[in-house]
Design a protein around this ligand. Sequence first.
Ligand code: FES
Length: 341
Amino acid sequence: MYMKNCWYAAAFSGEVGRHILSRTFLDFKTIIYRTEAGEVVAMADRCAHRSVPLSMGELVGDTVRCRYHGLCYDKEGSCVSVPGQTLIPTLAKVMTYPIVEKYRVVWIWLGDSALADPALIPDVYWLDHPEWVPSAGYHLIAANYQLLIDNLLDLSHETYVHPHTIGNSAVAASPLTVNVVAGREVQAHRDMLNCEPPPFYVSAAQSNFRIDRWHTTTFIPPGVCVIQSGSVPAGMEKQEAGAKGLKKERRNLNFITPETATSSHYFWASTRDYSLDDAALTEFIRKEVAFTFDQDKEVLEAQQREIGHSIDNPFPVALKADAGAIQGRRMLQMMIEKEKG
Ligand code: FES
């Protein structure tokens, strides 16, 4: 079900500090913390002695001390002290995972560590760039990660799930085009021409006139979706609108990491390239997006409850609007099978 030889988002950088963060990825229970020098460490959440979760323990300097009998593990997962004896058993070792911190995100590699090349982290520079401002958040969603990716590759649901923020009738009514890029990404694109601005566009982009709107979801398997969205006054060329300050663009970054077969970590950020110093707008967008994703959570969790563990036939009735999601699943499946050899 999972690709393992790849980078997954494990946390936003700001979540990780001098405390133990407990999180499960791909059914592996892990702990994450920072050393005193600021380096991020990830290791299995299970003491080698008697299997008590290390997340119940505490940090002592750069080591993790188990709550039960006090064994301490260093950042390499090696036991470095055993109360009451000087001999350290060779099997007293905990699995650690490669970690890279980039774009204000902590990325974890759960597969073969010899293959963990930082250059494979998807380019999501908007999160950490002076010309873009992020409004970011996190949801834990009780649904399989593929249901979230389906959701992002078919944004026609905005019309019905998000009518108070980003949706209106123009979204579902506009045709979808789908492309495979370089054999390893799926792009699903919609143009919504000469339409009423949905509520979010009026409040967050100051667009209280008819607009030409677009969004393109780029799915980078297994767990990154970048949604490029924007608008200009209806009929105006993008270049002219840009020169007049009327082109409003956002990059909506979505990092989806499986927690278990039926739950997912959802890290998100809406980044914008306008009104960069407007802190009130940044907070307003964060709240609006969080509210919008609360609605997705409600629908996706209901969908998961209904289908249970059955993932054999995800599209029993396929529509044109499903083309991106179907292509995304196809590519993901191909990559999982390739990894399995
Ligand atoms: Fe961890 Fe015994 S279970 S020290």
